[in-house]
Design a protein around this ligand. Sequence first.
Ligand code: GDP
Length: 421
Amino acid sequence: MDLIFAEASPPGRGGVSVIRLSGAGARAMLERFAGRVPEPRKAVLRLIRDGDEQLDQALVIWFEAGSSFTGEEVAELQLHGAPVVVRRVSAALQAAGCRQAEAGEFTRRAYVNGRMDLAAVEGLGDLLEAETEAQRKLALQNASGGLSRKVETWRQMLIRAGALIEVSVDFADEDVPDDVPNEVFHILHQLRSEFSGEIDGFHAAERLRKGFEVAVIGPPNAGKSSLINRIAQREVALVSDISGTTRDIIELRIDLKGLAVTLLDTAGLRESNDQIEAMGVDRARNRALTADLRLHLSSTGQVDDSLWSDGDIAVTTKADLAAQNTGMAISSVTGAGINQLLDELYERLSLRVSGAGLVSRQRQLSAIRDARDTLQQVDDLPPEILAELIRQTAVSLDRLLGRIGAEEYLDVIFSSFCIGK
Ligand code: GDP
């Protein structure tokens, strides 16, 4: 693989800019620009020179092949954080034959060289995109091999079950009872139940990863846009007392005590002769129905039963205008009740992620479903068939880690990475 380089820090001005090189020849390149190569993994201050010209002074770190992030020879230059310095050093590297890396190319090499499996790569991708605490925690668990370790334990259990079956088959040849040992069934039942547990926890884990959708619904002028604006503390939605102004769905992404939540401001739900408004209402209805939870707003406390689901919250708006308030009442003018509403929303959503597992992507889910389905019915099967099912289950687990059948996903996964990662 050729020698690639990229700025690993975000572009722009900062304290330090990091340029990373990876591939055979990184060592020679480092010698050429920074003189003597430092001891592995020890940062050393060096002049960076292009022939006679001094380009910068930088901390230089050297990683040998086999003990670097990509598995290849890797060098890092911690330059002064000015775009012009990065441009000048990049130009010199390019002129010397290094190629600018594509998005995710370093991580792709780490994967190809067996330094990371696909589940860890996906975790790393999520970590780089994490916005909230819950997202960070889940992503870090997977990036540091949480799911990979779990799968490895399952593989060991399969290997043990396979070995026990082999022994029983061997004995059978010698006219010894060819019962499949009970331990085999015990292991397979346990695996099946662990797979089911991960499948059950998928929805929650996916919500942690992608965030929840919460639709704010209610009749025109109920105060939906005002609530969203109040939460956003800025004008994200158009507030107006002319009905039907919110024709499209406006999304507001918030960090609700660590949970990522997208609030949807929906068009006023009413029959309309205006074609464009009617489309907005349709869209609002559909989106509201598929959201994870709905806040039903109205100044009278009434809700639209056709959109109500268990777990939804009824909210009485314009509490400042009412003499007395019961239930969940808010005022977007005074701010009364809004923190209580957000607390209640958090409580309800956090209950839903309490059973989250580590499997949080459709790709992973489909592999683990296959594994579970393969072991759906194992009782009373002869050893030869059990051995085949065990083999098939191991194949599904290999797929989960991207050891096989990963090609179609790679481009999509790596293209979501940034350049320099
Ligand atoms: P939407 O159609 O449901 O999005 O409603 P809006 O947020 O556009 O609000 C409709 C009207 O009600 C506007 O004139 C707002 O200023 C007013 N309004 C919204 N919330 C409150 C509130 O809490 N108190 C009072 N007094 N007026 C409100």
